[in-house]
Design a protein around this ligand. Sequence first.
Ligand code: G3P
Length: 281
Amino acid sequence: MKKLTILFIICMLSISSVGCSLAVSADKKGKTRPEVIAHRGADDRAPEETMPAFKLAVEDKVDYLEMDLRQTKDNKLVLMHDSTLNRTTNGKGDVSRYTLKQLKKLDAGSWFSKKYKNERIITLEELINRYGSKTKYFIETRLVDNKLKMEEPLIKLLYKKGLIKKKKVVIESFSAMSLQEIHKLNKSVPLVQLTLFKSKKDFTNKNIKEWKKYAVGIGLDSSLIDKQLIKKLHQNNLKVYVFFFNAKNEKSEQKRVINVGADGVFTNHINYTKSLMKSSK
Ligand code: G3P
């Protein structure tokens, strides 16, 4: 089994190309615009990370569906943000303590609205089987019990589905270790390093030099964004992807960060973001 795994990794390394970048989206006139990344699907209109949330986002023709991976007790990759079931299902406790079969019995929709009662937790594979290369995927990895566990099954799945070759995937993580492991398995997947910094001062030359070794972009909270920081990251060939920890001012912040040159937004309001693209000069 171990031999097979090593063979698989070598095979993927040998056919993957080194150094790639994300395509910048362009409108019909060829003008570049920031990428619209549906944070956990259309999470303002349907329960986050469920099939209906992704369906709405695909219908809205976003550039990317954004999603979080969690690994089940039987090593399946499911889409869920929190480590526990408590907030978004009628279950309790850590996702990793349950098998997929057990998780599939839970109601992952009622917490959001009665309309979505009995909506199920889904696997990444189910989402890919539904939409294939019709959309693009911005997938967040994380360590499991502080260990590298999900990277190999993830790359195997994306490879099997042909999504890496077709450039349909970006992998993002707060864990540099996880991202670096992804590149050991396949060098051609674009990586985005998510950061939790509270100050612009943390974007030091030392940090930037390190990120540039493997990442094509940086993810950061909108509160840190200004022209100067964007310029610094762009000068280092790092794209800037913005998330919004403060839900209350997300819309005004979206407008601001797009105006100062962000390359993509993890939006919780797809239609609003798209309206900004239309009205921008
Ligand atoms: O995925 C980008 C950003 O939203 C990261 O924050 O908490 O949604 O994983 P979180």
